[in-house]
Structures are given as C-alpha cells and as structure tokens.
Design a protein around this ligand. Sequence first.
Ligand SMILES: O=c1ccn([C@@H]2O[C@H](COP(=O)(O)O)[C@@H](O)[C@H]2O)c(=O)[nH]1
Length: 243
Amino acid sequence: MKTTSSPVERIIVALDFPDSRGAERLLKQLEGIPCYMKVGMELFYAAGPQFVVRLKEAGYNVFLDLKLHDIPNTVKGGSASVTRLGVDMFNVHAAGGRAMMEAAREGVEQAMSGRAGAAKPLLIGVTQLTSTSQPVLNDEIGIAGPIEEAVLRYAAMAKQSGLDGVVASPLEVTRIKERCGDSFATVTPGIRPAGSAIGDQSRVMTPQEAFAQGTDYIVIGRPVTGAADPRQALEQIVESITV
Ligand SMILES: O=c1ccn([C@@H]2O[C@H](COP(=O)(O)O)[C@@H](O)[C@H]2O)c(=O)[nH]1
C-alpha cells in the first residue's frame, strides 16, 4: 500500500471503553497526537454514532471496527449507513463469503453517490482474529491446516471481492502482501510492546517488528489505554518505530 502517512498516523488506538467518559479522558491525555482512533463494539453500543461524529469533528481518522457479518442485503445496508457516518475505515468478516463482501462494496458505492467530494472509506475484511491460536482454529473452530493458510485464503477472497485490505496478525503480513499485492492494506492488531501483558491475544508482535514486516497500520489498545501514563506509553511506541 502506498501510504504517505507518518508512522504515528498509522497507529490506530483502540478506544475500548464502556462509555464516552473513559474515551474522552483518553482523548484529552493524547491531545495533539495525530494517531488514528478505533471505535469498536463496546464504545459504539454505549455511545452510538454520535461519538464517531464527535471524533470526526475533532479531526481524527476513524476506524469503525464493528466487523459486520450478516446476509448480503443486511451488510449492504449496514455498510451504506457506516459510510454515510463519514468513517475512514470499517470492516466486515471475510468469513461471510464473497457475496457478502461484494454487497458491502455495493453499500459503500451507493452511499458515496450521495456524498460528492467525500473520501471513500477503506473497506477491510477480518481474516482470523488475532486471539485465535493454532489449536483453537483446528480443534474448536474446525478449520484444518496452518492458521496462516486460513488467513491467506480469507485475504485472497477479500481481494477478489473488491475489498481494500484485511485485518490479520503481523505474523501474516509478508505472505498477504506476496499473495494480494503491496497496495492491499494490512491492519494488524495483536500488538504488544516488549514486556507488556499478552492478555487474550495469541498471535502478537511488537510495534517495531510489525512495521518491519511491512504492515500498513497497527492497532493497539490496552498497552496504551491501560498504562499508568497513556501519553507516555504511546510516545514510547512512536519512538520505537523506525519505518
Ligand atoms: O483480529 C482482531 C480484530 C480486532 N481486534 C481489536 O483490536 C483491539 C486490540 O486491543 P488490545 O487491547 O491491544 O488487545 C481490540 O479493540 C480488538 O477488538 C483484535 O484484537 N484482533
């Protein structure tokens, strides 16, 4: 992906809070840092689309991480609504299949036809969640073979369906770029600075390693939001990156 953004603009901070007050507190602590902001289901279900609008009005790039996954017609409508909100990036589950992802694309195009001059959001497919380990994939979910192969299959399907990129772990970035091309965006959670708790993530890398693999965006939540000094934690991550 040809990105002219500086490293800090390629860091997506996950605003995983139960209400807008927690998110507002973090925004204040990170004031002036031009990172991307991610709104996921926890904050969206509590604070609603207004919070997305609030972030856009404050000048942030916004990734709306709702992982749409439903029948094609419903995902088309959902994608159109999300596009009209003015987000910069949103996602659907690649496991929903080609028809569903193509419908998401149609929803974006439909909404864009009424938004002259607006930038089109990046439409991203979720491959295998970064919390999924090899044994869980094989023994619980019931998908055979190496996790990387499953991720690559989803990525190829997302590309064929007209999506702009995928969510995957940084461990799979090189192979995704080989298979889908450099302009196919990779958005990688599962980011853990050295020494920080892994928690429920399985497939992890440090911020520096993830960018060295060629990822376009890293997503980071608790190592920043749960730090005693979130601003210092984020600044240390930015300093650690030599892209
Ligand atoms: O495969 C995925 C897809 C999305 N996420 C989201 O990213 C952040 C990660 O937060 P951390 O606190 O840094 O673990 C979170 O909002 C997830 O919903 C993901 O982790 N993996």
